[in-house]
Design a binder for this molecule. Structure first.
Ligand code: F6P
Length: 532
């Protein structure tokens, strides 16, 4: 195991430099350097990353590049691409990059070629998408499939959900694709309310096929379908249930037909799985050609990430800027503001990607990192958010860096909107950075709030792939620098175990094996539940 990153000379030099820059306002950074935009922005693969409104100077960037070298990020990237066991605690590789590869071969450390399996999965997806989208796949009564419901949670939900909304402009005109994730029956019930069991296809997406939320929803969906199908229950199950999983055995036991199981390898991490058959509901919505264009966009970013030098490496610069804000300026949050209604789910998707990957304080050898890691990631679609929480960003006094994301052209044809949307996006970043003076202290905006702006020509499958891959690599590069494993999530297990232990007491008035507060809450619930 390498030395802790906080003990390296590069880290200490950064701490000293941050101290030297303390109190320097973004107004000053810009006044000092007329070339600031050119110097602190980078365009790669058509994606512009402007970080000139971050509180960095040339020396900070030089020292951050040194930090990346001290952490041997490049070595880590090579190990990930080579299929080495970068997910140490689960003893696995993390090969989401292979899923979007167009290479003829991808040789794993075992000597095995990963590509034949990946290509077979893509072909199976294509055949299924063609059958559903053309109306050839029919339900138990002979009706063509008109609605698809994906049942999954976390990484088995957020990626395809976000991308389906993002690419709505490319979607099949008469195939509805819906997502159900919440254990709360209201989620499934509201979706089923608008659907016809004769023409609805369910996809149960779960890497483990053991997730409580997903199995509970899948069983209720199966009951709904089979009750409607009556004597045709076998045909309904065979034609109208599919599974996407790394645990085919459990999917078969659930009753999914073998030919409707879309398998993927255990080296696909849940929150990195959009590119695998987990993307099936998205591929059904937009077609397999568009899905493959998204893979191609991601592959372009993969190549850039692997090959570009640190100083010109877009995801690595995103990682270093984030790390500077967290570890050297003391930021604890990251606000994500896509100025795109189609990207309204992006903040939630990035929340899981960043916080479940890097929300850790121990290295794989158990030693503490001794530095803060993932920020609290949140956000929403601009311009709505301007009228909700931006007030706090402008005058709340917290240091909250933002990522602004926008497109030169709209993905919708209605005229008269997009220019206003863009003007607002740029204005917010400008207002946050420079603020405004006023004799009235209530009206003064202090500014000096850092942000990055990511611009793309247009929201398409390919540019979506580029953008998402850039964020994935950002998160992984940060993990490599902090020395943590971004691919496990042990912290979420405790709550699952406690819920299983509490369930008997919540279901019936069984004795509660819990602390006084939890026991008191259970007792109150029993007093107020009519059915118990
Ligand atoms: O509880 C967290 C988690 O394990 C995520 O990492 C994962 O994306 C999600 O649950 C769903 O898991 P599965 O795909 O196995 O149902």
């Amino acid at each position: 195991m390498n030395a802790r990153i906080v003990d390296t000379p590069a880290w200490q030099a950064l701490a000293r430099h941050a101290e030297a820059l303390r109190g320097k306002h973004l107004r000053r950074f810009f006044a000092d350097d007329a070339q600031r935009f050119a110097r602190f922005s980078l365009e790669s693969e058509g994606l512009l990353f402007d970080y000139s409104k971050q509180r960095v100077d040339a020396e900070a960037m030089r020292l951050l590049a040194d930090l990346a070298r001290a952490a041997d990020v490049r070595g880590w990237i090579e190990r990930m691409f080579a299929g080495e066991t970068v997910n140490e605690s689960e003893g696995r590789a993390a090969l989401h990059v292979a899923l979007r590869s167009s290479a003829a071969r991808w040789t794993l450390p075992s000597g095995e070629d990963a590509m034949p399996g990946i290509r077979t999965a893509r072909e199976q997806m294509r055949r299924f998408c063609d059958a559903v989208r053309s109306g050839a796949l029919r339900g138990y009564s002979g009706e063509p499939i008109r609605a698809v419901v994906n049942i999954g949670i976390g990484g088995s939900d957020l990626g395809p959900r976000m991308a389906t909304a993002a690419l709505a402009a490319f979607a099949h005109p008469s195939l509805r694709v819906r997502y159900v994730s919440n254990l709360d029956a209201a989620d499934l019930a509201r979706v089923l309310e608008e659907l016809d069991p004769r023409s609805t296809l369910f996809i149960v997406t779960s890497k483990t096929f053991s997730t409580l939320e997903t199995l509970t929803n899948a069983k209720s969906a199966r009951d709904w379908l089979l009750a409607a199908a009556g004597d045709a229950a076998d045909a309904a199950m065979e034609r109208q249930f599919a599974a996407v999983t790394a645990n085919a055995g459990e999917a078969l036991r659930f009753g999914v037909a073998a030919g409707r199981i879309f398998a993927f390898a255990d080296w696909v991490g849940g929150r990195f799985s959009l590119w695998s058959p987990v993307g099936l509901p998205l591929a059904l919505a937009v077609g397999m050609d568009a899905f493959e264009h998204m893979l191609a966009g991601a592959e372009r970013m993969d190549r850039h990430f692997r090959e570009a030098p640190v100083e010109r490496n877009l995801p690595l610069l995103m990682a270093l800027i984030g790390l500077w804000n967290i570890n050297f300026l003391g930021a604890t949050n990251l606000s994500i503001s896509p100025y795109s209604q189609s990207l309204r789910w992006l903040p939630e998707y990035l929340q899981q990607l960043d916080m479940e990957s890097n929300g850790k304080s121990r290295r794989p050898d158990g030693a503490p990192v001794d530095a803060h890691t993932a920020p609290v990631v949140w956000g929403g679609a601009g311009s709505n958010t301007q009228h909700a929480y931006f007030q706090l960003l402008h005058q709340g006094g917290w240091l909250i860096p933002s990522d602004f994301i926008a497109f030169a052209e709209s993905d919708q044809p209605l005229p008269g909107h997009h220019e206003k949307l863009l003007a607002n996006c740029l204005a917010q970043a400008e207002a946050l950075a420079f603020g405004s003076d006023s004799d009235d202290p209530l009206r003064a905006c202090p500014g000096n709030q850092p942000s990055s702006t990511l611009l793309l020509p247009r929201l398409t499958p390919e540019t979506l792939g580029l953008l998402l891959a850039a964020y994935e690599h950002k998160v992984c590069a940060q993990a490599a620098i902090w020395g943590i494993n971004p691919f496990d999530q042990w912290g979420v297990e405790l709550g699952k175990k406690l819920a299983a232990r509490l369930l008997p007491a919540v279901e019936a008035a069984a004795p509660v094996d819990a602390d006084a507060s939890t026991a008191g809450l259970v007792a109150w619930l029993h007093r107020h539940r009519r059915s118990v």
